[in-house]
Design a binder for this molecule. Sequence first.
Ligand SMILES: [Zn+2]
Length: 426
Amino acid sequence: MKIPWETFERETIDQLRALIRLNTANPPGNERIAADYLAAELGGAGIEPAIVEAAPDRANLIARIAGSDPALAPLMLSSHTDVVPVEAARWSRDPFGGEVADGCVWGRGSIDMKSKCAMDLGIALALRRAGVTPRRGLIVAAVADEEAGSELGARWLVERHPELVRAGFVLNETGGFTLFLGERRFYPIQVAEKGFVTVKMTITAAPGHGSMPRADTAIAWMAEIIGRLTRNPMRRRLTPLMRRTLAELGISPDHAPPLFRPMLSNTVTPTIVRAGYKDNVIPGEAWAILDGRTLPGEDERGFMAELREIVGPEPSLEVLKSAPPAEASADTELFSLIRRRTEAVDPGARVIPWMLPGATDSKFYAQLGAVCYGFAPVRLEARMPFGALYHGNDERMPIDGMLWGLRLYTDVVLDFLGLRRDEVFA
Ligand SMILES: [Zn+2]
């Protein structure tokens, strides 16, 4: 039976609130509770999902609705069900309460990314309830461990169960929210994301007594290198995508605002520094964790060579983990559809292709050949500090903006599946 659109809206908000109440803070994750919840909802509509675990309680859920035209590569709607931990004392509301207040749904995951998980679930349920068969097959993936590097989630699925997550196209997080630049509004769609290389840098030097100051200690040396790393940006390289993005924005690469600078080079950021164990001992060792990020077209080896040039020959460098960058073409039928529909519902705004300096599960799905875009649309007011709420305190989703996004998202998905909204919703 077709459900009325207003019912769909209400149910999607309720699903978001229910998902927030399932505490899936990673670590430890415990995504099993979210997978079980989603499986029960899907099962109620007659969809039997697969649940696979890379470790106990780290569950990944994948559901499918077959399409009628096998020539069309399936569309996968993807989300991760884990969230980052909270500093509960710094929140003004219960981070796992899913409360509605001030026009927002409050809670960890309301933005990143249980809202999209709720939308994906709702679309699958609506298709099944309406009894329609899409032309293109649909996959809904709600996976574990994205916030800790995806070892037990997308990365593991791609390596161990590629048949479950192989798709022609993927719609994932980070894209489709309103970006205000001056007087103009844009909707960035993530088509590329950087890779990462996490490095442990260790410096050793002679230890000594704290009463005998010297310049050549491991701590002094570390401080100097950290200063160099934070001052000295890596070699700038304008990728074809960023050339296009900046041109569409009318921004000269030489005068790119700070928001864009990470998209114009590899970057390296010291995030952990440790040295010393006693107040009157000069330690013989200092180490730091460096969060390295690589542009599309670059690899780990090139990044390490560039890093070595900056830090000099002496420090030891050990790669702790890494993943490659990814980039999809913005010249596809799906991108055009996103652009056309988004620009139609916010006249005057423009859709632009975008590079995410961070990492998402898209980089893993892309390894199986999928065209991956970040599209989880939300309309924002200029004063909404949306970016700061990702992983921040008082994370909250504006309900009006999410419902605007839900309609746009549903229209894009249905259109791409070969369905009309009035075939699915009353
Ligand atoms: Zn996320």
